[in-house]
Design a binder for this molecule. Sequence first.
Ligand code: MCN
Ligand code: CUN
Length: 783
Amino acid sequence: MAVRQTELRPLGKSVGRKEDPRFIRGKGRYLDDISLPGMLYMCLVRSPYAHARIKSIDTSAALQAPGVKLVITGEDLAAMNLAWMPTMANDQQMVLATGKVLFQYQEVAAVIAETREQAEDAAQLVYVEYEPLPVVVDPFKALESDAPILREDREQKSNLIFHWEAGDKEATEELFRNAPVVVKQDVRFPRVHPSPLEPCGCIADYNSATGKLTWYVTSQAPHAHRTVLSLVSGLPEHQIRVISPDVGGGFGNKVPVYPGYVCAIVASLKLGKPVKWIETRTENTTSTGFARDYHMTAEIAAEEDGRVLALRVKTIADHGAFDAAADPSKFPAGLFSIVTGSYDFKEAFVEVDGVYTNKAPGGVAYRCSFRVTEAAYLIERVMDVLARRVGVDPAELRRRNFIRKEQFPYKSPTGWTYDSGDYEKTLALALEKIGYEQLRKEQAEKRARGELMGIGISTFTEVVGAGPSHTFDIMGIKMFDSAQIRVHPTGKVIARLGVRHQGQGHETTFAQIIAEELGLSTDDVIVEEGDTDTAPYGLGTYASRSTPTAGGAAALCARRIREKAKKIAAHLLEVGEDDVVFDGVGFSAKGLASRTVTMKDIAFAAYTNVPEGMEPGLEATYYYDPPNLTFPHGAYIAVVDIDKGTGAVKVRRFLAVDDCGTVINPMIVEGQVHGGLTEGFAIAFMQDIPFDEDGNCLATNWMDYLVPTALDTPKWETDRTVTPSPHHPIGAKGVGESPNVGSPAAFVNAVVDALAPLGVEHIDMPIYPWKVWKILREHGVTE
Ligand code: MCN
Ligand code: CUN
């Protein structure tokens, strides 16, 4: 199915992935493949308690252990003013605990030894005396007036982190007062974890002779990490080189800066040797950026026929012990206010309260699009609740309420301007392709026989591509992105971008964009990301922002080169510049197609034969600050059958019709959709990070936190519509997170639809078989 990399005009073709040959042959270069001479290893001592005062730490036995070079505690860091570090959400986080610990598995001390085994063994010898404190696990209880105050470092003496609102409260209330129909639903989006195959880690390598720190790190945002590091440590930014090697999955888990990173750097600065730290699976699952944990209540005011009027949403967001979500600074709840979704609500009012509890920090991760996962799930779930209440088919109810094609650009009641979309067309294609009417007939027949079959629809709107820098920044760093292209004399190209892929295929897709713009083949273009010494400044890869931002930069940067190329072409063709035309493959003299020069001819001339007065060389840099976000959308349909004996849900079919504007590489987009659907499926049916009342984490590894295998995973069907973004240089929107944003609601809607004859209106994720089994038994259903 893939086409060869040597084809010209590659945009929109399924060009085979340039990165695959090295990955398939085991020749990727991940962090743990890097070993430096004299390298030491670090291991962290973690808290067994979720909330406890630290009475004392005794490191003497650990320091005596074989191979041990250094033990660092919070007090040591405090002496360097490094006991706390800023988070990416205007909060601060302990690097190593001082005073007390706030969640189980919190970082308490770091042990550095000659080998990893020695460091692990010595860590067992660090003796910490704790005095347990009352634990707050439930975010609602955390807000009660008698709850213990968790964060003693803050002036504000409550566990409320922030209160955030969007929309018009008064106007919304007014519509609710007079509405013929009001539905209300509590919806929980459980705490889940991105769990990339490769956990987080780094190697800090400080050279005391040059004063330069080279930091290899599994990072989705190397430049942003360098800036944060420079600000925290006081090291000059040009003396820090951040290298993000091949990354074995990120999913948002590798956006934050973690305590282990700072400890490894401190250790390398103190010892003058490279220090490696790589998490175990348990450390990754229990202490790094989790996802979701939103307790949401939605109300819809509507007409009798199901036409929506207003939406009211109240949310309690459990952030754990520190607000370490990597949100844009003006958006403490991310882009959650996109919660009106694909529907033309007249008014909406959204509130989110962020809360501290004794759990690990995080919040924004796992293909989340900055909390759009929560928003899309909520609105798609509640639209089904409304459909049932007013007795309208869920597909028809959606159609009745869609923002219509001619309403774009559409201003939403919470302030977003949707760039483009054609929701009716996308839903119509999905319904036709899955055979919706036929399926409803089959369902009616099965219901008559007492069988449980369900059909679930989700017609979501995504918002990606942060961002316009006037609205979006992280810690004050404006969110735009960049590309730098250098054409060598033989017409071969190296392009460097400010983003950093983790498996998304940028080496192929961005090469396609550049090759298309320059009249070359993908094979002629090498794309390099992840080294701050060479790549132009950028904010990194997350929130499906790479295509909307760096993709735009790549196209515009290539066009900058093409402008110069045109001048050189005119010189070579001996015609005026206005008489030169570019047809995607070569430059020719207008009306004289036989006189053609290619980019290769031009590249050679750029270094050997430029017109008089022209600067030699052929390269350009482009910083692209997009005018708006992009708004991809999709229509997903799930068909499920439920086993009455076991409660097991079988996903019989799943169709995803996505619209991400102009598609660069259909095969890669399909791969992204398959991956995201598989994660959405896992979230709907098997993933949760629960805690007991003492704050003990009950899912600490892949025995308890489930990751679907190929055997569990349904067969995905995909299709697409194309509504280009009017403002993106090639009309492309992001897609990486759409399948995870859109699919959980389709799964849950299908299960609730199957159970609807029993009177079931909602079921919270994850939908374990025992949960369904219990509902069936409660309703007297037997085999
Ligand atoms: N693409 C395309 N045409 C479009 C849109 C995208 O061909 N119209 C291609 C892109 O060029 C890119 C890929 O699809 O090669 C994803 O592009 P985009 O939607 O811009 O997303 P990003 O590259 O910014 O990737 C981030 C996104 C996020 S936020 C998570 S989380 C996630 C995801 O990507 N993590 C992943 N997909 C992942 N896939 C892998 N293998 N590993 C991860 O960690
Ligand atoms: Cu929110 S997970 Mo992705 O943005 O890296």
